[in-house]
Design a protein around this ligand. Structure first.
Ligand SMILES: [Zn+2]
Length: 258
């Protein structure tokens, strides 16, 4: 991982962070490929691993030397979106020099958890470049274990202090969830992940699709926080903020939900 990640090798990260973790767990983590990303093993072992990772994160002091506060990160994103909307893009951080620099290590300033929709590519709509954003995308921005793990990594280990849950108007996954008929294959998993959000708006007046999109962003943002002790702990410590935002596919504008 030290080669992939550049700035903090997994052994270094563990050395910095896992004081107090039983050696057996440390060894298991080391051989398994570290904190949270190993697959397999007994339930007990997995529990031990989870405890060890949480202990590690609790004491973590990420090595990112350029940590950007949630407020500044959000401002940087919204400035970039303004440039995109007004067609005044700067295409920052896309040079060969930047490519070579980030090859040595990544320090993304924000994490985006967005819908996989082809019309909402994060780096373009926020006018950012290489190494700027840690992007996780799932249809309907539905929270699942892999997304949570990825975002725990970007925050607890890479040092991002902002996660934007980015839904968008006319989201096909939300439309599918509003349908009565069951969805085919594993699309049903996405639909089931959105349905609890729809409960919140079924009695609300106005455009049901618009209401459902907003409710889904808020629901997934809450679920992200509630499902991860690591993220919740970072929020309590003032080292992370999760905000919901909606992208308008007709104007290109991102609006923060309050
Ligand atoms: Zn969508």
């Amino acid at each position: 991982m030290s080669r992939i990640n550049g700035f903090v090798g997994r052994r270094d990260f563990l050395r910095q962070c896992v004081a107090g973790v039983p050696l057996s767990v440390y060894t298991a983590m080391k051989f398994a490929g570290v904190g949270g990303f190993a697959i397999g093993g007994s339930l007990l072992w997995q529990k031990q691993q989870a405890v060890a990772l949480q202990a590690a994160v609790a004491d973590a002091s990420p090595a990112n030397p350029n940590r950007i506060s949630p407020k500044d990160a959000l401002e940087r994103l919204l400035d970039g979106n303004q440039r995109f909307v007004h067609q005044k893009r700067k295409y920052p951080d896309q040079s060969l020099e930047r490519l070579r620099l980030v090859a040595k290590g990544q320090y993304p300033f924000a994490s985006i958890f967005g819908c996989a929709d082809s019309r909402v590519p994060a780096e373009i709509v926020f006018d950012q470049g290489l190494g700027d954003l840690f992007v996780v995308r799932v249809a309907g921005n539905v929270v699942n274990d892999m997304a949570i793990g990825s975002l725990e990594y970007s925050t607890a280990i890479l040092g991002c202090q902002l996660i934007v849950v980015l839904g968008h108007r006319k989201c096909g996954a939300v439309t599918e969830a509003l349908e009565e008929q069951p969805a085919p294959g594993r699309i049903s998993l996405i639909v089931e992940g959105i349905k609890p959000a729809l409960e919140r708006v079924k009695l609300r007046t106005g455009d049901i699709q618009e209401n459902a999109v907003i409710a889904n962003i808020q629901y997934q943002a809450e679920k992200l926080q509630e499902s991860s002790t690591i993220l919740a702990k970072l929020i309590r410590k003032g080292q992370l903020k999760i905000v919901g935002a909606c992208y308008d596919i007709e104007t290109g504008k991102v609006s923060i939900l309050t």
